[in-house]
Design a protein around this ligand. Structure first.
Ligand code: TNX
Length: 561
């Protein structure tokens, strides 16, 4: 403040000195306060059975190596990749089935995998002790003072077990550079497997485009929490995001727009293959969605022949829904559908093709149903199994058909009827699973048409008993959709994803008897420091008792009288 008297500077200087003292005190406290030790039961999603053994803690040392069956090598390499940066240990991976002491061992064995629960007092988690078939994705983790062993019947199981081990190390394991820490893993045994086969997240890359690097990062987030499907909403009114060789203007013209007038973008075939390969390595299946017959303005801009009036509409960059559709009365439309899904199916190793079907408000019910039935047959001809939003319920049943429920009140006779005719359900209730809903009235981005979804709302429901007339046996799983009308950056996406993704993951993975809001909130709290260390943005939901490890702030600097 030029020209001011020395006294004018005093308050500012005192405040700055106070601030510096506070930061220094926090730094010292961080160095001096030992972090709360991780307990064996602190895993998210909660494992089916946990048998802690407090005298069997294992401490990872610089000479540790990872031993693995050759067929499981990739899980071991990924585990080493997660542990090397923060520990600074070399952690070599050795192909061998020879058990060794003081080491990490990953064993791929159908025979060993059906292990009974260990002896002792039984699990501290209320699960039934005894033989457990680990199945396609289950694993067993044994931690003793001598070493750690992960056993599974499949590579996916080994991978999930390795993710559990990662969570059992101190939060500092997420640092990108070596830190001084005692790398202790709590002793005992975990026997674990999923409740539902389908556990997913949807990313809407149509309203705002997200590049390959962002998508790969989202896949990594899924994999941490044992989610196994990434649904990509590839097309909508505001943009077409996947190259189609037989209809090149879809991406070149239809991909050039986004909500709010942004530049748009689309994936080349190689981009899409990279996403699929990255996901496959993490046991995540990509589910591509081509939304039809509505939500198609971007396709109509590129190919006016698909429009009911054969006229190109203007590109759309707003956020209304339900106004556009491809002409269900024109044979050319079905050639378009067959070509597009043929190419997308050929690029996609997974079994699913999502054909949308939501909010086609301008298409009369009869022609809508006829369109969906023809589209279902075209999907079947590609060898894939169809998924559609639950609006496709009135159409006839085809083998394996899956409806994705996004309703908000759990009551829809058409959906219950489709399930009676053989359909299965993926649950994404808007007022529970939608990651684009605001947490609270003051959440700066997101929607509230389905209500506010704080972490407790996201967690406290049962996918096995949510929709009237739909028994648990008809539930394939759960999925959390992130619509991106108001979400433009990776940080904004992460802010909406965390901490609600782990809530959904626990609903999808953990047995019903392990659901417990208070316990979940406490376990989740320990993940805040992990996300911070990993550079992941998250919402500090006030419902979660995040650890502070901070001394109380000193009194604010006094202003001289
Ligand atoms: C409804 S959910 C839609 C989307 C919007 C979303 C916003 C569904 C199948 N359709 O088109 O993006 O609401 O929350």
């Amino acid at each position: 403040m030029p020209g001011g008297s020395p006294a004018d500077h005093l308050p500012g200087r005192l405040t700055a000195a106070g601030e510096l003292a506070r930061v220094a005190a926090e730094r010292a406290a961080d160095l001096l306060t030992p972090p709360a030790p991780v307990r064996l039961g602190d895993v998210v999603p909660a494992p089916e059975q946990v048998f802690p053994d407090p005298v069997a803690d294992f401490t990872l040392t610089p000479d540790a190596a990872i031993r693995v069956d050759p067929a499981g090598r990739d899980a071991a390499e990924q585990l080493a990749g997660w542990l090397r940066p923060a520990t600074g240990f070399p952690l070599p991976v050795a192909d061998t089935t020879d058990p060794a002491e003081g080491r990490l061992t990953l064993t791929l064995s159908a025979a060993d995998a059906a292990l009974g629960a260990p002896g002792g007092d039984g699990p501290d988690t209320g699960g039934a002790a005894g033989d457990v078939a680990l199945g396609d994705e289950g694993y067993r983790l044994d931690v003793t003072a001598a070493g750690i062993r992960i056993t599974a019947a499949t590579r996916a199981g080994l991978f999930h077990g390795a993710q559990t081990l990662r969570q059992l190390l101190p939060a500092a394991i997420e640092n990108g550079a070596p830190v001084t820490e005692r790398w202790t893993v709590p002793g005992g045994t975990i026997v674990d497997r999923p409740r539902f086969a389908y556990r997913g997240v949807m990313l809407d890359v149509a309203r705002h485009f997200f590049g390959v690097a962002d998508v790969l990062r989202v896949v990594d987030h899924l994999a941490r929490y044992k989610l196994n499907h990434l649904h990509l909403h590839l097309t909508d009114d505001q943009g077409w995001r996947i190259a189609v060789d037989s209809w090149p203007r879809l991406a070149e013209v239809g991909g050039a727009t986004a909500v709010g007038g942004g530049p748009g973008g689309w994936y080349t075939r190689d981009d899409y293959r990279r996403i699929v390969a990255h996901a496959a390595r993490r046991h995540v299946t990509v589910v591509p969605e081509i939304d039809l017959p509505g939500h198609t303005n971007s396709a109509l801009v590129a190919y006016p022949e698909l429009a009911p009036d054969k006229t190109a509409p203007p590109p759309y960059t707003g956020t209304e829904v339900g106004f556009s559709y491809v002409d269900p009365a024109d044979e050319r439309t079905y050639a378009f559908v067959a070509d597009v899904i043929g190419e997308v199916a050929a690029l996609t190793p997974g079994p699913w093709l999502h054909l949308g079907g939501d909010e086609a408000f301008k298409v009369p019910a009869d022609s809508y149903r006829a369109f969906v039935e023809r589209a279902q047959a075209l999907v079947a001809a590609t060898g894939k199994t169809i998924i559609g939003w639950h609006q496709i319920a009135p159409a006839g049943h085809v083998d394996g058909r899956v409806l994705q429920w996004w309703g908000t009140d759990g009551d829809d006779p058409a959906t219950a009827d489709a399930v009676r005719r053989g359909a299965r359900l993926i649950l994404s209730p808007g007022n529970r699973a939608y990651l684009d809903m605001k947490y609270a009235p003051n959440t700066p981005i997101g929607h509230d048409w389905a209500g506010l979804v704080d972490v407790r709302r996201a967690y406290d429901w049962d996918p096995g008993a949510h929709v009237d007339g739909v028994p648990a046996a008809a539930v394939l799983g759960v999925e959390a959709p992130l619509w991106t009308e108001s979400i433009t950056t990776r940080a904004e996406a992460e802010f909406m994803i965390f901490p609600r993704l782990p809530a959904l993951a626990e609903l999808g993975w953990s047995p019903r008897h392990r659901h417990d809001w208070a316990g979940f909130a406490e376990r989740l709290a320990g993940h805040g420091p992990r996300w911070t260390a990993a550079g992941i943005t998250f919402h500090r939901s006030p419902e979660i008792p995040w650890p502070t490890r901070r001394p109380p702030s000193p009194q604010p600097a006094r202003t001289p009288a």
